[in-house]
Structures are given as C-alpha cells and as structure tokens.
Write a new protein. Sequence first.
Lengths: 265, 265
Amino acid sequence: MRRIAVINQKGGVGKTTSCCNVGAAIASTGRRVLMIDLDPQAHLSMHLGVDPYPDRTSVYDVLTDNLPLSEALIRLNDNLHLIPAHIDLAAAEMELVSVMGREVLLRDAMPEIADQYDVLMMDCPPSLGVLTINGLAAATEVLIPLQPHFLALQGVGKLLETIELVQKRINPELVVSGIILCMYEAGTRLAAEVTSDLKDFVESSRDSQKPWSSAKVFDTFIRRNIKLAESPGYGKTIFDYAQSSNGAIDYAMLAAEVLGIEQID
Amino acid sequence: MRRIAVINQKGGVGKTTSCCNVGAAIASTGRRVLMIDLDPQAHLSMHLGVDPYPDRTSVYDVLTDNLPLSEALIRLNDNLHLIPAHIDLAAAEMELVSVMGREVLLRDAMPEIADQYDVLMMDCPPSLGVLTINGLAAATEVLIPLQPHFLALQGVGKLLETIELVQKRINPELVVSGIILCMYEAGTRLAAEVTSDLKDFVESSRDSQKPWSSAKVFDTFIRRNIKLAESPGYGKTIFDYAQSSNGAIDYAMLAAEVLGIEQID
Ligand SMILES: Nc1ncnc2c1ncn2[C@@H]1O[C@H](COP(=O)(O)OP(=O)(O)OP(=O)(O)O)[C@@H](O)[C@H]1O
Ligand SMILES: Nc1ncnc2c1ncn2[C@@H]1O[C@H](COP(=O)(O)OP(=O)(O)OP(=O)(O)O)[C@@H](O)[C@H]1O
Ligand SMILES: [Mg+2]
Ligand SMILES: [Mg+2]
C-alpha cells in the first residue's frame, strides 16, 4: 500500500484540493483508495460531502481512543473510503502531549487495513504539530503542494527539516516523492521563476542522502480554476462537479503522473 | 492613535499583503504609521525590505524582554516605521505560556509611543495563539482579510468567537471594523455569493451587542493581481513596485475607505 501524506505548514496552498482530487482520480482507475482527514478544519471531509457533525466517529477516536480504522470509515463508493476529521482534533495537540508514542498512533492503526487498499492519502493541517507528524510517521511518501509565489518558498526549508527529522528518528523509509505546483498562474514570470528555482533545488539534491533526493517537481501544474473553489461547496470532487473543467483535466493528469501511468480518463 | 490588528487564522488569505499596502497608502497621506510584524514567518518585514537576520532586535525582544518599542523600530521613511518580526517568535508560544499577563505584553508597550503615531497596524500569524491575542489586546479595531471561497467561510465563526472572548475578558473597546475581500476573482459567481453571504451576516448583527455589530464589508475588493505576489520578492510595497497596477489602485482605494476619506493619490 502506497501511503501518501499531503503536507505543507503554509495555509491555503492546495493540500485539501489536491488530496481530494488526486485521490478521487486514482480511485477512478479501479485502485482502492482510503483517505484520512487529519485536519480539525475537516475541509477534506466537507469536500467529499461528509459533514463533521458532533457525534460522528472520526480519526480523533482512532488517535485518542485506539478505535480501529475500520470502525471510523465511510464508504463513498466501492473504491473510495474516508476516515473523516472532527473539530475535537483541535484539542488533540494538547491532549496527546504526554502520551507515549504520540507520533506513531496513526501508524499503529495501519496493519489492520494494510491489505484492503492500494493507496492511502492523508490530508494534513497547516502546521507541523502532532497531527501532521502522525501523517508523516504513517506515510511511505510525501507530496508537497506549493503556490509558485515568492513568500511560499520561504517556508519550504522548515518543512524539509521536519521531514528529515521524522525520517531520521521515526520513519526511515519516508521519502518526498514530489512537489505539486498549485494555483499556477499560467503565463506569469513569477510562476515560471519560482518553478525553475524549485527544479534547480531538487536537481541539486540528487546525490545527497536527503529524503528529497529523488523528489520531482511534477510536470503537471494545477492551474487556477474557479470550479476547483466551487466544488467543495457542493461536497463534490471536481470530477463529479465539473468533469470537463481545467481543474478536472489538470488533476487527472497529475494523478496519472503520481501513479506513473500514461493518463486517466 | 487608531490601533488596527489584521487577523485571520486561515493561512494565505491576504493579511500581510493588506497590512503592508494599506499601511503604506495611509502613510502616503502624511499620517504617521507604525507597523508591527507579529508573525514568526516575518513576511511583513520581508515585504518591506527588512530581512529578519538572526541578531536583529525585533518584537520578540519587546514581548520577552520588555524592550521598549522605540529600541526595536526601523524607520522606512518619515511616516512609515516598522517593528520587525524574528524567527524566535515561533518559540514565544511556549516561552510565554506561564508568564503573568502574557496576553497584554504588547499592549503594555503602547503608552511609550501613543502620541508618536496616528495609525498602528499589526500583522498577525495564521493562528489564534498568544501572538495574535497580543495583537487583539493591543488593538482598538480588527480588520479581517478573507478570500471569497466556500471553505474560507468555515473559519469565520471561530475567529469571531475569539475576538468576542478577548473583548469580554481583556479589551472592552475592541471592535471589528471591517472585512476585506482579498484575491477577489472578479466576475465569478462564487465570489459574488460569498460576498453577499458575508454582507447578510454583517447586516443581521447590526442590533446585537457583538463586537462586529458595526462592521462593514468594504466596498473595495482587492482583485487578483500578479504584481501583488511579485512585490514581496523585491522588498517593496505595491506602490513602489508597480504604482499603476490594479493592485496599487485597489489598495489605495481600500486605504481611503479605511480612513473614511474620498481617495488617496
Ligand atoms: N487551482 C485552484 N484554483 C482556484 N481555487 C483553488 C485552487 N486550488 C484550491 N483552490 C481554493 O483555494 C482555497 C485553498 O485551497 P485548499 O483548501 O486546498 O488549501 P489547503 O492548503 O488545504 O488549506 P489549509 O491550509 O487551510 O488546509 C480553497 O478555497 C480552495 O477551494
Ligand atoms: N490580490 C492578490 N493577487 C495575487 N496574489 C496575492 C494577492 N494577495 C496576496 N497575494 C499573494 O498570495 C500569497 C498569500 O498572501 P499573504 O501572504 O498576504 O497572506 P497571509 O494571510 O498573510 O498568509 P499567512 O497566513 O501565511 O500569513 C502571497 O504569496 C501573496 O504575495
Ligand atoms: Mg486543507
Ligand atoms: Mg502573513
């Protein structure tokens, strides 16, 4: 099972939109996909039409009560399941502060479902706290969505530092597989410059021993498309909401690239 | 002295861009403006060409060492001064956890400079932690930048709850003066719908006793403009970087609205 953590401590860069739509595109190929919403904001859950109402079982119960994943999951369709988030996750940071092995609680829940899915995707909150660390500890790989803006580059160093710490101390197999350029303003010099800086950086790490030494900047850029911003309001993926939009085209292409296949229809 | 906190716990919604450019436009009218960068990311400082190098005196020293504001400030021009941020602010949350009156440390530093400026603007990090609370405690009013997207509306309730708590327990004179629509995708139905929802909400609070009962949704929307994303990379305000761009036009109009005057040239 490929276990993918979608991570960036910067807010509003496209983590949830990417997790939702890449996951849905992968599921459309017949592969079995489980999504886990690790964000107290519960935006992935909402994006998939699952309202985080107060009594709903969620990943919060998995982390704080050892609830098995199978008891928290929701079947969206045959190939796409979701473990929703819950507002109580906001308190998890505090509640888990002195719990033994608090960074690996999610990883410990993995074995139960290891042979039931082909791909696991975890949407993380915009922070490097215990929820995101649980995502990193449970993952085999990291996808980093990024907006090609000057200020966006400033946070990448800290993010990579954290990934390296988790890889060294908790999860030796963790790698950064790729950087996703989101909200790409096509035709602007800024997007081209930032993209080129990122590619240089990734190239220069090729012979290093860093967890990002084999990372790529995906060739597929996700262009700005209002349909992508509208679809969460309907609780639908871009493919159910506007299947011929640029947003759907771009995310299908990106998912194909993530899978290493030609294309997804 | 009008003391304005620019606040939204959601990331990447335009807080820094708004603080920088509204502040600069206000200063261009001859009013004396002090900006305080309360974000460990130090994006406001960078936006104004001030690199947060390791030994620089900053607002961190004001909060943790009682350094007077006058000893941390940088004169950008005669009317525009800045108290920069510093990476060490990231540790402030932890360091201040058991300090008596930790929410009013910045407010306590205000008297020294009270008659030296006409407007104070504080750029807050994307969180509701101790740094943002210091901004709220030191402020007379709050500006809330917001991206007119569905998911953006989800966080507003929590933000207003926090503002109300601060107003009740720490700062009775605090009001929300306005909501700034940033990164406005003109001509889209989504932006129009979210804007209309926000206006309805604000109208319905008119007779309440809430701190937002006299808030307005500013008529000036800040349209998406790549120049606004480029200018931080040059350490310049939009007026120094691209004075005839839509970004400059919009922020000058918004600043005029904030001041309650006809226009700014
Ligand atoms: N390519 C795009 N074009 C237009 N809007 C987009 C695009 N990608 C995402 N959005 C919108 O931008 C906003 C931020 O995206 P998203 O929620 O995916 O970011 P995030 O990194 O998950 O944010 P957070 O840090 O709050 O979790 C959302 O309102 C989303 O609908
Ligand atoms: N109207 C706009 N058009 C295009 N780009 C914009 C606009 N406003 C802001 N940006 C860019 O979008 C990104 C986010 O804006 P900004 O940094 O002001 O948000 P923020 O709320 O301060 O983020 P944070 O939560 O990280 O502090 C930045 O790269 C900025 O340069
Ligand atoms: Mg998200
Ligand atoms: Mg900011």
